[in-house]
Design a protein around this ligand. Structure first.
Ligand code: PLP
Length: 378
Protein backbone atom coordinates (compact mmCIF):
# COMPACT_ATOMS: atom_id res chain seq x y z
CA UNK A 1 0.00 0.00 0.00
CA UNK A 2 1.27 3.49 -0.79
CA UNK A 3 2.33 5.84 2.00
CA UNK A 4 -0.78 7.21 3.66
CA UNK A 5 0.91 9.67 6.01
CA UNK A 6 -0.21 12.75 4.05
CA UNK A 7 -3.65 11.42 3.16
CA UNK A 8 -6.39 13.53 4.76
CA UNK A 9 -9.34 12.81 2.47
CA UNK A 10 -10.87 9.72 4.08
CA UNK A 11 -14.41 11.09 3.74
CA UNK A 12 -13.95 10.95 -0.04
CA UNK A 13 -12.64 7.39 -0.03
CA UNK A 14 -10.37 4.99 1.86
CA UNK A 15 -7.80 2.43 0.72
CA UNK A 16 -8.88 -1.22 1.00
CA UNK A 17 -7.77 -2.78 4.27
CA UNK A 18 -5.63 -5.92 4.42
CA UNK A 19 -8.52 -8.08 5.65
CA UNK A 20 -10.77 -6.76 2.87
CA UNK A 21 -8.15 -7.59 0.21
CA UNK A 22 -7.72 -11.08 1.62
CA UNK A 23 -11.47 -11.68 1.59
CA UNK A 24 -11.70 -10.35 -1.96
CA UNK A 25 -8.91 -12.64 -3.17
CA UNK A 26 -10.47 -15.61 -1.42
CA UNK A 27 -13.79 -14.88 -3.09
CA UNK A 28 -12.16 -14.54 -6.52
CA UNK A 29 -10.48 -17.94 -6.05
CA UNK A 30 -13.23 -19.90 -4.36
CA UNK A 31 -16.58 -18.16 -4.82
CA UNK A 32 -16.57 -16.74 -8.32
CA UNK A 33 -19.58 -18.73 -9.49
CA UNK A 34 -22.95 -17.13 -9.99
CA UNK A 35 -24.87 -17.51 -6.70
CA UNK A 36 -28.10 -17.95 -8.68
CA UNK A 37 -26.86 -21.00 -10.63
CA UNK A 38 -27.89 -24.47 -9.57
CA UNK A 39 -24.75 -26.62 -9.24
CA UNK A 40 -22.77 -27.29 -6.08
CA UNK A 41 -20.15 -24.51 -6.46
CA UNK A 42 -22.85 -21.95 -7.10
CA UNK A 43 -24.65 -23.19 -4.00
CA UNK A 44 -21.49 -22.55 -1.99
CA UNK A 45 -21.28 -19.02 -3.39
CA UNK A 46 -24.93 -18.50 -2.45
CA UNK A 47 -24.20 -19.77 1.06
CA UNK A 48 -21.31 -17.35 1.38
CA UNK A 49 -23.51 -14.48 0.18
CA UNK A 50 -26.13 -15.32 2.80
CA UNK A 51 -23.45 -15.57 5.49
CA UNK A 52 -22.37 -12.03 4.53
CA UNK A 53 -25.98 -10.84 4.77
CA UNK A 54 -26.27 -12.35 8.24
CA UNK A 55 -22.99 -10.72 9.33
CA UNK A 56 -24.21 -7.27 8.25
CA UNK A 57 -27.58 -7.87 9.94
CA UNK A 58 -25.84 -9.03 13.14
CA UNK A 59 -23.51 -6.04 13.08
CA UNK A 60 -26.52 -3.73 12.82
CA UNK A 61 -28.55 -5.79 15.33
CA UNK A 62 -31.20 -6.54 12.73
CA UNK A 63 -33.11 -9.74 13.41
CA UNK A 64 -34.18 -10.32 9.79
CA UNK A 65 -31.14 -10.68 7.47
CA UNK A 66 -33.42 -10.56 4.43
CA UNK A 67 -33.89 -6.84 5.18
CA UNK A 68 -30.27 -6.31 4.10
CA UNK A 69 -29.93 -5.80 0.33
CA UNK A 70 -26.52 -5.52 -1.35
CA UNK A 71 -26.10 -2.74 -3.90
CA UNK A 72 -23.35 -1.03 -5.91
CA UNK A 73 -22.99 1.59 -3.19
CA UNK A 74 -24.88 4.20 -1.21
CA UNK A 75 -25.81 6.24 -4.29
CA UNK A 76 -27.80 3.39 -5.78
CA UNK A 77 -29.31 2.50 -2.41
CA UNK A 78 -30.45 6.06 -1.65
CA UNK A 79 -31.88 6.49 -5.14
CA UNK A 80 -33.85 3.27 -4.84
CA UNK A 81 -35.26 4.14 -1.42
CA UNK A 82 -36.32 7.68 -2.32
CA UNK A 83 -38.02 6.46 -5.51
CA UNK A 84 -39.82 3.72 -3.59
CA UNK A 85 -41.05 6.19 -0.97
CA UNK A 86 -42.24 8.64 -3.63
CA UNK A 87 -44.14 5.91 -5.46
CA UNK A 88 -45.73 4.22 -2.48
CA UNK A 89 -46.46 6.99 0.05
CA UNK A 90 -48.85 9.95 0.09
CA UNK A 91 -47.64 13.38 1.13
CA UNK A 92 -44.32 15.14 1.23
CA UNK A 93 -40.75 14.18 1.98
CA UNK A 94 -39.01 16.07 4.78
CA UNK A 95 -35.34 16.06 3.84
CA UNK A 96 -32.44 17.90 5.47
CA UNK A 97 -30.79 20.78 3.63
CA UNK A 98 -27.36 19.14 3.98
CA UNK A 99 -27.93 15.76 2.32
CA UNK A 100 -25.40 14.27 -0.07
CA UNK A 101 -26.40 14.88 -3.73
CA UNK A 102 -27.37 11.19 -4.04
CA UNK A 103 -30.27 11.88 -1.64
CA UNK A 104 -30.95 15.48 -2.61
CA UNK A 105 -31.19 14.92 -6.39
CA UNK A 106 -33.57 11.91 -6.25
CA UNK A 107 -35.66 13.75 -3.64
CA UNK A 108 -36.08 16.67 -6.04
CA UNK A 109 -36.57 14.36 -8.96
CA UNK A 110 -39.07 11.88 -7.45
CA UNK A 111 -40.90 14.11 -5.00
CA UNK A 112 -40.30 17.42 -6.82
CA UNK A 113 -42.12 20.74 -6.38
CA UNK A 114 -44.56 20.82 -3.51
CA UNK A 115 -43.81 17.29 -2.25
CA UNK A 116 -40.22 17.97 -1.19
CA UNK A 117 -39.72 20.03 1.97
CA UNK A 118 -36.15 20.96 2.86
CA UNK A 119 -35.49 21.18 6.61
CA UNK A 120 -32.88 23.69 7.78
CA UNK A 121 -29.90 23.10 10.06
CA UNK A 122 -28.37 25.39 12.67
CA UNK A 123 -25.54 27.46 11.17
CA UNK A 124 -23.58 27.07 14.41
CA UNK A 125 -23.90 23.36 15.03
CA UNK A 126 -24.98 22.03 11.63
CA UNK A 127 -27.66 19.98 13.41
CA UNK A 128 -31.15 19.57 11.93
CA UNK A 129 -34.02 21.65 13.31
CA UNK A 130 -36.07 19.00 15.13
CA UNK A 131 -38.78 21.58 15.91
CA UNK A 132 -39.38 22.13 12.20
CA UNK A 133 -39.75 18.39 11.62
CA UNK A 134 -42.17 18.07 14.56
CA UNK A 135 -44.24 20.99 13.27
CA UNK A 136 -44.42 19.46 9.78
CA UNK A 137 -45.37 16.03 11.14
CA UNK A 138 -48.07 17.71 13.21
CA UNK A 139 -49.66 19.80 10.49
CA UNK A 140 -49.20 17.99 7.17
CA UNK A 141 -49.24 14.59 5.51
CA UNK A 142 -45.64 13.38 5.50
CA UNK A 143 -44.59 10.53 3.22
CA UNK A 144 -41.20 10.05 4.90
CA UNK A 145 -38.33 11.82 6.64
CA UNK A 146 -34.77 11.56 5.31
CA UNK A 147 -31.84 12.82 7.39
CA UNK A 148 -28.27 11.58 7.06
CA UNK A 149 -26.44 10.15 10.09
CA UNK A 150 -23.17 12.10 9.63
CA UNK A 151 -22.41 14.83 7.13
CA UNK A 152 -19.64 14.17 4.62
CA UNK A 153 -18.45 17.80 4.47
CA UNK A 154 -18.61 19.04 8.06
CA UNK A 155 -18.72 15.70 9.89
CA UNK A 156 -21.76 16.90 11.86
CA UNK A 157 -23.70 14.10 13.55
CA UNK A 158 -27.46 14.19 13.28
CA UNK A 159 -29.93 13.04 15.97
CA UNK A 160 -31.13 10.00 14.00
CA UNK A 161 -32.21 8.17 17.13
CA UNK A 162 -34.60 10.94 18.18
CA UNK A 163 -35.77 11.28 14.59
CA UNK A 164 -36.56 7.59 14.25
CA UNK A 165 -38.53 7.67 17.53
CA UNK A 166 -40.39 10.78 16.45
CA UNK A 167 -41.24 9.32 13.05
CA UNK A 168 -42.40 6.10 14.65
CA UNK A 169 -44.83 8.07 16.83
CA UNK A 170 -46.39 9.48 13.65
CA UNK A 171 -46.17 6.18 11.69
CA UNK A 172 -43.93 7.87 9.13
CA UNK A 173 -40.94 5.94 7.71
CA UNK A 174 -37.50 7.30 8.55
CA UNK A 175 -34.54 6.99 6.16
CA UNK A 176 -30.96 7.70 7.14
CA UNK A 177 -27.97 7.76 4.80
CA UNK A 178 -25.32 6.41 7.16
CA UNK A 179 -22.48 6.23 4.60
CA UNK A 180 -20.20 8.42 6.74
CA UNK A 181 -21.22 6.94 10.10
CA UNK A 182 -20.94 3.20 9.54
CA UNK A 183 -17.35 2.06 10.09
CA UNK A 184 -16.34 5.30 11.83
CA UNK A 185 -18.58 5.11 14.89
CA UNK A 186 -20.30 2.19 16.62
CA UNK A 187 -23.58 1.45 14.90
CA UNK A 188 -25.47 1.86 18.19
CA UNK A 189 -29.20 1.76 17.58
CA UNK A 190 -29.02 2.44 13.84
CA UNK A 191 -31.40 -0.45 13.37
CA UNK A 192 -34.14 1.86 14.64
CA UNK A 193 -34.12 3.55 11.20
CA UNK A 194 -36.67 2.02 8.82
CA UNK A 195 -34.44 2.57 5.80
CA UNK A 196 -30.67 2.72 6.15
CA UNK A 197 -27.78 2.87 3.67
CA UNK A 198 -24.04 2.23 3.90
CA UNK A 199 -21.04 2.39 1.56
CA UNK A 200 -18.09 0.00 1.66
CA UNK A 201 -15.37 2.33 0.36
CA UNK A 202 -15.97 4.72 3.26
CA UNK A 203 -14.68 2.07 5.69
CA UNK A 204 -11.84 0.40 3.77
CA UNK A 205 -13.96 -2.29 2.14
CA UNK A 206 -13.41 -1.32 -1.51
CA UNK A 207 -15.46 0.58 -4.07
CA UNK A 208 -18.61 -0.23 -6.01
CA UNK A 209 -20.45 -2.01 -3.21
CA UNK A 210 -22.74 -1.04 -0.37
CA UNK A 211 -26.03 -2.02 1.16
CA UNK A 212 -29.45 -0.85 2.14
CA UNK A 213 -31.74 -1.98 4.91
CA UNK A 214 -35.44 -1.92 4.12
CA UNK A 215 -38.37 -2.57 6.49
CA UNK A 216 -39.69 -6.07 7.00
CA UNK A 217 -42.48 -6.98 4.62
CA UNK A 218 -41.51 -4.48 1.86
CA UNK A 219 -42.45 -7.11 -0.73
CA UNK A 220 -43.01 -4.55 -3.47
CA UNK A 221 -39.59 -2.90 -3.03
CA UNK A 222 -37.60 -3.16 -6.25
CA UNK A 223 -34.49 -1.04 -6.40
CA UNK A 224 -33.49 -2.35 -9.81
CA UNK A 225 -35.72 -4.51 -11.97
CA UNK A 226 -34.79 -7.25 -14.43
CA UNK A 227 -33.81 -10.22 -12.30
CA UNK A 228 -34.75 -12.19 -9.18
CA UNK A 229 -31.59 -11.48 -7.16
CA UNK A 230 -31.59 -10.13 -3.59
CA UNK A 231 -35.02 -11.55 -2.85
CA UNK A 232 -36.40 -9.72 -5.89
CA UNK A 233 -35.46 -6.34 -4.38
CA UNK A 234 -32.41 -5.60 -6.53
CA UNK A 235 -31.78 -7.17 -9.92
CA UNK A 236 -28.25 -7.94 -11.15
CA UNK A 237 -25.72 -10.68 -10.40
CA UNK A 238 -24.34 -10.11 -6.91
CA UNK A 239 -20.71 -8.95 -6.69
CA UNK A 240 -19.72 -11.54 -4.11
CA UNK A 241 -15.96 -10.70 -3.94
CA UNK A 242 -16.86 -7.06 -3.23
CA UNK A 243 -19.52 -8.05 -0.69
CA UNK A 244 -17.06 -10.37 1.11
CA UNK A 245 -14.43 -7.62 1.20
CA UNK A 246 -16.98 -5.15 2.57
CA UNK A 247 -18.10 -7.50 5.32
CA UNK A 248 -14.50 -8.31 6.33
CA UNK A 249 -13.74 -4.57 6.59
CA UNK A 250 -16.92 -3.89 8.55
CA UNK A 251 -16.30 -6.64 11.10
CA UNK A 252 -12.71 -5.46 11.50
CA UNK A 253 -14.00 -2.20 12.97
CA UNK A 254 -15.33 -3.38 16.30
CA UNK A 255 -17.18 -1.00 18.63
CA UNK A 256 -14.33 -1.00 21.15
CA UNK A 257 -11.76 -0.23 18.44
CA UNK A 258 -13.94 2.60 17.11
CA UNK A 259 -14.49 4.05 20.59
CA UNK A 260 -10.73 4.07 21.18
CA UNK A 261 -10.01 5.69 17.82
CA UNK A 262 -12.75 8.27 18.37
CA UNK A 263 -11.23 9.39 21.67
CA UNK A 264 -7.58 9.51 20.63
CA UNK A 265 -8.14 10.93 17.16
CA UNK A 266 -10.57 13.61 18.30
CA UNK A 267 -7.85 14.81 20.71
CA UNK A 268 -5.30 15.11 17.84
CA UNK A 269 -7.91 16.75 15.62
CA UNK A 270 -8.83 19.26 18.35
CA UNK A 271 -5.21 20.21 18.89
CA UNK A 272 -4.85 20.68 15.10
CA UNK A 273 -7.94 22.89 15.10
CA UNK A 274 -6.56 25.09 17.89
CA UNK A 275 -3.55 25.77 15.66
CA UNK A 276 -5.84 26.56 12.73
CA UNK A 277 -7.86 29.03 14.82
CA UNK A 278 -4.64 30.76 15.89
CA UNK A 279 -3.81 31.13 12.19
CA UNK A 280 -7.13 32.89 11.53
CA UNK A 281 -9.18 29.98 10.14
CA UNK A 282 -12.91 29.89 10.89
CA UNK A 283 -14.13 26.42 11.90
CA UNK A 284 -17.47 25.26 10.49
CA UNK A 285 -19.99 23.47 12.69
CA UNK A 286 -17.47 23.31 15.52
CA UNK A 287 -20.13 23.84 18.21
CA UNK A 288 -22.02 20.68 17.28
CA UNK A 289 -21.32 16.94 17.66
CA UNK A 290 -18.94 15.82 14.90
CA UNK A 291 -17.16 12.78 13.53
CA UNK A 292 -13.77 12.38 15.20
CA UNK A 293 -11.94 12.55 11.87
CA UNK A 294 -13.37 15.65 10.19
CA UNK A 295 -12.44 19.30 10.31
CA UNK A 296 -13.80 21.91 7.96
CA UNK A 297 -12.81 25.54 7.97
CA UNK A 298 -12.75 28.76 5.99
CA UNK A 299 -9.22 29.80 5.06
CA UNK A 300 -8.26 33.39 5.94
CA UNK A 301 -7.42 34.46 2.37
CA UNK A 302 -6.85 33.14 -1.18
CA UNK A 303 -9.05 30.57 -2.95
CA UNK A 304 -8.88 27.05 -1.58
CA UNK A 305 -7.53 25.47 -4.78
CA UNK A 306 -4.25 27.35 -4.39
CA UNK A 307 -3.87 25.97 -0.87
CA UNK A 308 -4.81 22.50 -2.03
CA UNK A 309 -2.25 22.54 -4.85
CA UNK A 310 0.54 23.74 -2.57
CA UNK A 311 -0.34 21.16 0.06
CA UNK A 312 -0.41 18.48 -2.60
CA UNK A 313 3.12 19.54 -3.68
CA UNK A 314 4.18 18.97 -0.06
CA UNK A 315 2.63 15.48 -0.02
CA UNK A 316 -0.70 16.25 1.66
CA UNK A 317 -4.07 15.32 0.14
CA UNK A 318 -6.98 17.42 1.40
CA UNK A 319 -10.31 18.45 -0.05
CA UNK A 320 -12.06 21.68 -0.92
CA UNK A 321 -15.24 19.84 0.00
CA UNK A 322 -17.50 21.92 -2.15
CA UNK A 323 -18.53 21.99 -5.78
CA UNK A 324 -17.74 25.68 -6.18
CA UNK A 325 -14.13 25.21 -5.20
CA UNK A 326 -12.78 25.11 -8.71
CA UNK A 327 -14.52 28.38 -9.49
CA UNK A 328 -17.22 26.64 -11.52
CA UNK A 329 -20.36 24.71 -10.76
CA UNK A 330 -22.93 25.57 -8.13
CA UNK A 331 -22.19 26.79 -4.65
CA UNK A 332 -22.18 24.03 -2.05
CA UNK A 333 -25.68 23.51 -0.63
CA UNK A 334 -24.19 22.32 2.64
CA UNK A 335 -22.05 25.43 3.04
CA UNK A 336 -24.95 27.64 2.11
CA UNK A 337 -27.15 25.83 4.67
CA UNK A 338 -24.40 26.54 7.22
CA UNK A 339 -24.66 30.26 6.48
CA UNK A 340 -21.51 30.83 4.36
CA UNK A 341 -21.59 33.39 1.56
CA UNK A 342 -20.40 32.61 -1.97
CA UNK A 343 -16.96 34.15 -1.50
CA UNK A 344 -16.36 32.22 1.75
CA UNK A 345 -17.35 28.96 0.03
CA UNK A 346 -14.39 29.42 -2.30
CA UNK A 347 -12.09 29.43 0.73
CA UNK A 348 -13.35 26.25 2.37
CA UNK A 349 -11.07 23.32 3.14
CA UNK A 350 -12.02 19.88 4.46
CA UNK A 351 -9.59 17.67 6.32
CA UNK A 352 -10.67 14.09 7.03
CA UNK A 353 -8.32 11.67 8.76
CA UNK A 354 -8.23 7.88 8.98
CA UNK A 355 -8.29 5.33 11.77
CA UNK A 356 -4.48 5.14 11.89
CA UNK A 357 -3.65 8.81 11.42
CA UNK A 358 -1.20 9.67 14.20
CA UNK A 359 -0.89 12.89 16.18
CA UNK A 360 2.50 13.42 14.45
CA UNK A 361 0.73 13.32 11.09
CA UNK A 362 -1.81 15.89 12.27
CA UNK A 363 1.11 18.06 13.47
CA UNK A 364 2.90 17.67 10.13
CA UNK A 365 -0.23 18.80 8.30
CA UNK A 366 -0.59 21.82 10.58
CA UNK A 367 3.08 22.74 9.90
CA UNK A 368 2.55 22.39 6.13
CA UNK A 369 -0.55 24.61 6.27
CA UNK A 370 1.44 27.20 8.18
CA UNK A 371 4.13 27.13 5.48
CA UNK A 372 1.55 27.49 2.71
CA UNK A 373 -0.09 30.38 4.55
CA UNK A 374 3.26 32.19 4.69
CA UNK A 375 3.88 31.37 1.03
CA UNK A 376 0.52 32.69 -0.12
CA UNK A 377 0.71 35.82 2.03
CA UNK A 378 3.77 37.04 0.09
N1 PLP B 1 -23.75 9.44 1.11
C1 PLP B 1 -22.74 10.11 1.68
C2 PLP B 1 -22.98 10.86 2.95
C3 PLP B 1 -21.47 10.11 1.09
O1 PLP B 1 -20.47 10.78 1.65
C4 PLP B 1 -21.29 9.38 -0.11
C5 PLP B 1 -19.98 9.38 -0.81
O2 PLP B 1 -19.36 10.40 -0.99
C6 PLP B 1 -22.37 8.70 -0.67
C7 PLP B 1 -23.58 8.74 -0.01
C8 PLP B 1 -22.24 7.92 -1.94
O3 PLP B 1 -21.69 6.66 -1.68
P1 PLP B 1 -21.18 5.70 -2.87
O4 PLP B 1 -19.87 6.26 -3.33
O5 PLP B 1 -21.08 4.35 -2.22
O6 PLP B 1 -22.22 5.72 -3.93
Amino acid sequence: MSDLSGYFDYNATTPMSVVAREAWHEACDRFWHNPSSLYREAGMAKQELERCREEVADHLKIDEPERVIFTSGATEANNAIIRYLAETREGKLLVSAIEHPCVEAPSQSWFGGDRCHEVSVSSETGVIDLGEIKAQLEKSTVAAVSVMAANNETGTLQPWQELSELCRAYSVPFHSDAAQWIGKLPSGELESCDFLTGSSHKFSGGKGVGFMVIPEGSDDFNGLIGGPQEGGHRAGTENLPAVMAMVAALLDRSDSHLNEVATSSAASRDSFESKMITMGMMLIGACGPRLWNTSMFVLPHTRNLKWLTRLSQRGFSVSTGSACSAGRGNPSRVMSAMGLDYEEMGRVMRISAGWDTSSEEWDALAAAIEEVAADLAQ
